[in-house]
Design a protein around this ligand. Structure first.
Ligand code: SF4
Length: 310
């Protein structure tokens, strides 16, 4: 088992990082590399489908989001975006996946559903814009997953445990490592890309409005997809994180423990308790109560009818 990033850096020196993870899995879990790659080809296809479906938008279950991808896509298609196409597509694809998630569509949790737009946003946009062989994207998913699994050995990947740094932050680190790999980076560069992405999300709180994975989650995925691309770009230029990745993960765990309960997915702090966030939460509660009351009435009516018929 690869237990630390220091160990990964040693094992992966001068080697293809995806091969390092594939061989480790093969040795430890007796899962052939071919099977893992096939499973990830399917995941990539699900991500791709999800992006295509999500581009047309649609109102979310909580009615707070859902049209962001459509709006950005329309702006992009009509030449009204001003960022470069790679950046716009990374945002767009992350929004599309999260829109699907908010409508209960099928997505790939990477590493979680709430952070599921970041990795596909970065990797699929890069694949398209830099004409990367899709098979390389599949291998980048091995890298992203491997990075996530090392983090998960010492940290929880859950907003409830440690805030959004543990979800979107980790996703951004996974994607950054995958992007560096796709661009021909070394193992060290992938680790530094992950380190720069993760350390600059430390302290990110989990404060979903109304307790729904909609606000700020959907847009946050788009913004942190770009954040991950930036970290990968820096690493590919030779910039290194002064703080080693293992220590960044330790810091994330400490920060997560120090976060008050209200900022760990309880919807009792942060954006969730702003004036607007509180009003939305109240509206959701009122609507749920009204639905419950309506159902109770229906049951009562049905019972009366059964009595009358007897
Ligand atoms: S704010 Fe919370 S629920 Fe939303 S993506 Fe981040 S960790 Fe997940």
């Amino acid at each position: 088992m690869i237990e630390s990033f220091a160990q990964l850096e040693q094992l992966g020196a001068g080697r293809d990082l995806a091969d390092v993870f594939l061989e480790t899995d093969e040795q430890e879990h007796a899962v052939p590399a071919a099977d893992i790659l096939e499973a990830l080809r399917k995941r990539r296809a699900v991500m791709r489908d999800c992006v295509e479906r999500g581009k047309s938008g649609g109102t979310s279950m909580g009615k707070l989001v859902g049209h962001e991808a459509r709006l950005l896509n329309e702006a992009f298609q009509s030449g009204k975006t001003f960022l470069d196409p790679l950046t716009v597509k990374a945002e767009l694809y992350a929004l599309a996946v999260m829109g699907e998630n908010s409508r209960m569509g099928v997505i790939v949790a990477a590493p979680t559903a709430g952070a599921g737009g970041v990795v596909p946003g970065m990797l699929l946009a890069l694949e398209e814009e830099r004409h990367v062989d899709p098979e390389k994207t599949v291998r980048a998913l091995v890298v992203a997953g491997g990075i996530g699994s090392i983090i998960a050995l010492s940290a929880s990947i859950s907003g409830a445990a440690g805030g959004c740094q543990n979800e979107v932050g980790v996703a951004s680190a996974m994607g950054a490592a995958g992007v560096a790999y796709m661009m021909g980076g070394t193992t060290k560069q992938s680790i530094h890309a992950a380190a720069m992405a993760l350390k600059n999300t430390l302290g990110l709180v989990c404060d979903p409005v109304g307790g729904l994975v909609e606000v700020p989650c959907v847009k946050r995925n788009a913004l942190f997809a770009v954040h991950g691309l930036t970290a990968a770009q820096l690493a590919m230029a030779g910039v290194e994180s002064v703080i080693p990745m293992d220590e960044i993960v330790e810091a994330m765990v400490r920060i997560g423990r120090a976060l008050p309960r209200g900022l760990r997915e309880t919807a009792e702090g942060g954006l969730a308790t702003t004036i607007t966030g509180s009003a939305i939460a109240q509206r959701i509660k009122d609507e749920a109560n009204a639905r419950r009351a309506e159902k109770a009435k229906e049951r009562e009516r049905a019972a009366q009818e059964r009595k009358g018929g007897a």
